[in-house]
Design a protein around this ligand. Sequence first.
Ligand SMILES: C[S@@+](CC[C@H](N)C(=O)[O-])C[C@H]1O[C@@H](n2cnc3c(N)ncnc32)[C@H](O)[C@@H]1O
Length: 208
Amino acid sequence: MSNGSVFTDIAAKYDRINRILSLGRDQAWRQRVIDMLPDGRLLDLGGGTGAANPVFGSREVVALDPSPEMLSLNEVPSRVVAVGESLPFADGAFDSVFSAYVFRNLDSVERTVAEAARVLRPGGRLGVVGLGRPKGELAAALHRIGSSVVLPVVGTLAGARDEYVYLNRSLDKLPPPEKMFADTPMRRVSLWRMGPLGFVYGVVLEKI
Ligand SMILES: C[S@@+](CC[C@H](N)C(=O)[O-])C[C@H]1O[C@@H](n2cnc3c(N)ncnc32)[C@H](O)[C@@H]1O
């Protein structure tokens, strides 16, 4: 078996587990954000294997990801190996920037949002869907206990225990979205919570 097919197996497993953990809702959560983005040229920031491609409609998609292996499984013709913190595109090059389940992995949310604002045309939109903890200390504590039990078990069953232990820890890495997106160079159009106890968030920002 070549390295390529081993990686394909891991990526397929990863996509499947995401679907199971989100109780099949991961695509609906992406869709709700994408529905608020304009048509035209879209940058899928951290697009990975292209799980969101079926819901982009007729938009012209550029997929960006630091992992060439993930990108090699993405079927969009335009793929760029790079990070969100330093986008290799001209100012105003996109009508929208979309990013799903990526922000916990970033080195800098602030730099990435500033870069997204730079590559958007005026009136263009950044849409983000991400995972964190529910709002409120009690709900967050319950969620923390639940996920610290469930995620390692699911990860072990999936043969990817370390990744899922990391996922659990990463849910506490960032401030709540209400705080994280309170002060950005863009206008906040909408921010909402989704999923069990509201541990998933969607946010849409518009370039002024
Ligand atoms: C959980 S996957 C999400 C993939 C895809 N967006 C989806 O909806 O399934 C996270 C992706 O973020 C990418 N990533 C990690 N660090 C990044 C960075 N600094 N800038 C952009 N993407 C990054 C990873 O390579 C990976 O493909």
